[in-house]
Design a protein around this ligand. Structure first.
Ligand code: UMA
Length: 459
């Protein structure tokens, strides 16, 4: 536990993570200085929700001088360790951690930590759902949108804590040594922060490298980056493979997809799960399910309850979410498709010709990995947001392209390029912050625009 009584603690960023960190540190007796690039007006409710605990605010910029006078700096996941002043503070041995680090140092119960470029939220939620089905008391939090620091008491009153962890959180949570770790996949993302793919991969793999020998690392054996990155991990490894290429039932390996079933061997027992009446579809969801089943079994979940939990689990909003069918055209909201890898998976799931709506904040991505699929499957590309020109340069020889300035306009234009049997897919390959609060806000804007289209009976 971090001793912060009567010490200066600086919290950088006043989003969900920072607001919760401010409250926690103030209640621990620290003098809390909260800094955010945004103004009090822009921050609105974030400020008013913590005024009562006595926080000093420094707004409109992240003032470097604050860091040098701090005993501890707590940075939000969205804040880079390259922020001016942080390196200097680190050199002066000021600890710089995330809110998750403060929480983990107080959680005494086993932790299941899930990471990967895509599928984290679905897998984390599914593990929670499978534990619920077996009556295993647990908490679910982290990158999924619930700061872990808000659930310390609940976690300690449960049997385990299931946490979604991003690379940003792994980098600022040195005490994270989960009993069970899950590494789903690694593809290009967040290069604006990590700069190189090697550095991004190293952050993800750190989850396994930090684990103790008796910890169990569940990993995707069909993902070369994942398999390579965890070669030196000391923990017990459980590979899974949903492609049928690497592991098969016959070879007696741990978790695989065979003959249409999900098969998991753990502690000498073989568990077979039918996909009948399971609503999660596609290769990526089979991967998510294999990983979640392994984690749930290790936490003591009952195999029959896992089968019924797989059937009762509903796909999450903003992930290949079916919105409506209008005049024979199906509309799907995949607003959570914020990187190239996620859009590849979404396009691979569409057998029909696609009108794709994409664009936003690129995060340093190289979109060329999408060219082949865009050429093969996208009949028209509608671009939105600040990366539109860059995306047009990448895809100009792959398909026809239209630029739009709002989600309403994008959906109306998309409709004009369709005919019955087509799909309109929002899968942006980008973050949303240039036009929306977050991916959920962008997804709701898409759903509203589609609803509008439905009311007016098409375009
Ligand atoms: N800010 C600064 N200085 C900076 C950068 C940002 O002051 O240099 C301020 C911004 O003005 C803003 C605040 O920091 O007011 C935002 O902080 P934040 O971006 O960390 O947002 P939070 O609301 O605290 O949400 C964070 C995670 N956000 C990110 O990782 C970008 C949430 O993950 C997470 O759910 C939440 O903590 C609780 O743990 C979101 C996300 O997009 C869903 N994650 C990425 C992903 O999944 O790809 C990693």
């Amino acid at each position: 536990m971090y001793d912060m009584k009567d010490k200066n603690v600086v919290v950088v960023g006043l989003g969900k993570s920072g607001v919760s960190a401010c409250r926690y540190c103030a209640l621990k007796g620290a003098r809390v200085f909260a800094s955010d690039l945004r103004s009090a007006k822009e921050l609105g409710d974030s400020i008013s929700s913590i005024k009562d605990v006595g926080v000093h605010f420094s707004l409109g910029k992240n003032d470097e001088s604050l860091f040098l006078n701090a005993a501890l700096v707590v940075i939000s996941p969205g804040v880079s360790l390259d922020l001016p002043g942080l390196r200097e503070a680190m050199e002066r041995e000021v600890p710089i951690v995330g809110e998750m680090e403060l929480a983990i140092s107080e959680i005494k119960k086993p932790i299941v930590a899930v990471t990967g470029t895509n599928g984290k939220t679905t897998t984390t939620s599914l593990i929670g759902h499978l534990l619920e089905a077996s009556g295993i008391k647990h908490v679910v939090g982290g990158n999924i949108g619930k700061p872990v620091i808000d659930m310390i008491d609940d976690a300690n009153g449960s049997e385990c804590a299931v946490l979604e962890v991003s690379s940003f959180q792994i980098d600022t949570t040195p005490s994270l040594k989960p009993q069970i770790g899950v590494l789903l996949n690694i593809s290009q993302d967040h290069l604006d922060r990590h700069k190189t793919m090697d550095s991004y991969v190293a952050s993800k793999a750190k989850l396994f490298h930090q684990m103790a020998r008796e910890g169990v690392g569940i990993y995707n054996a069909a993902d070369d980056r994942v398999s390579q990155s965890i070669l030196d991990a000391q923990c017990v490894l459980i590979p899974f493979d949903a492609t049928g290429r690497i592991l098969s039932r016959k070879k007696g390996k741990r978790a695989c997809f065979d003959d249409g079933d999900l098969i998991v061997k753990i502690n000498g027992d073989e568990h077979v799960y039918s996909m009948e009446n399971v609503s999660l579809r596609g290769l990526h969801n089979r991967e998510n399910m294999l990983a979640a089943i392994c984690a749930a079994l290790l936490c003591g979940a009952d195999s029959a309850e896992i089968q019924s939990g797989l059937r009762s689990f509903k796909a999450l909003a903003h992930r290949m979410e079916f919105v409506a069918e209008i005049e024979g055209v199906k509309y799907f909201n995949d607003s959570k498709g914020t990187n190239v890898g996620a859009v590849i998976r979404a396009l691979e799931d569409c057998a029909e010709p696609v009108v794709l709506i994409a664009g936003g904040v690129s995060k340093g991505a190289d979109f060329s990995g999408l060219k082949k699929l865009v050429r093969e499957r996208v009949k028209h590309l509608i671009l939105i947001g600040e990366s539109a020109s860059e995306m047009e340069r990448t895809f100009e020889n792959c398909t026809s392209i239209t630029h739009t300035r709002s989600m309403d306009e994008a959906v109306k234009k998309a409709c004009q390029f369709t005919q019955p049997g087509d799909v309109v897919l929002l899968s942006p390959a980008c973050a949303s912050f240039d036009m929306f609060d977050d991916y959920a806000h962008r997804g709701r804007a898409f759903v509203n625009a589609v609803e509008g289209l439905k009311k007016s009976e098409g375009c």
